[in-house]
Design a protein. Structure first.
Length: 130
């Protein structure tokens, strides 16, 4: 599989996660905040991995967004703007999927959506300029 095809797959899955999170957030009744935040983390993770792949880098098997962001920053220093977002989103990879999970409120999910979407859009913008 070519890198171009693989980048497209990473981005499609990232977009699917973002779409799922947005759909669940827009529901009129009980919002599944943990699932929304998890999908936001997944979207950001896959976006960053798409960027690495698109730049010929080996993609580490990790959910650590801060690590992925640092690797992306080695290619483009502008990724340093996303450290706070990555730190915020990273906890949603595991702490929302098991008992004794973190307490979330609607504003947490809204923030996660904004952060995941900004990372996704930034990656799309950079990859489209290649």
């Amino acid at each position: 599989m070519s890198d171009e095809v693989l980048v497209g797959e990473w981005l499609q899955i990232a977009n699917d996660d973002l779409d799922a999170a947005q759909y669940l957030f827009e529901r009129q009744y009980r919002k599944p905040l943990e699932i929304i935040c998890y999908h936001c983390q997944q979207s950001a993770e896959k976006s960053l991995k798409a960027y690495l792949c698109g730049n010929g880098m080996e993609i580490p098997r990790t959910h650590e967004l801060e690590l992925l962001c640092r690797l992306c920053e080695n290619i483009n220093p502008a990724f340093s703007d996303f450290y706070d977002a990555c730190e915020n989103l990273e906890v949603y990879a595991t702490q929302t999927r098991y008992p004794n999970r973190i307490e979330l409120e609607e504003h947490n999910a809204k923030q996660a959506l904004v952060q995941a979407e900004s990372i996704y859009n930034f990656v799309i913008q950079l990859l489209s300029k290649r």
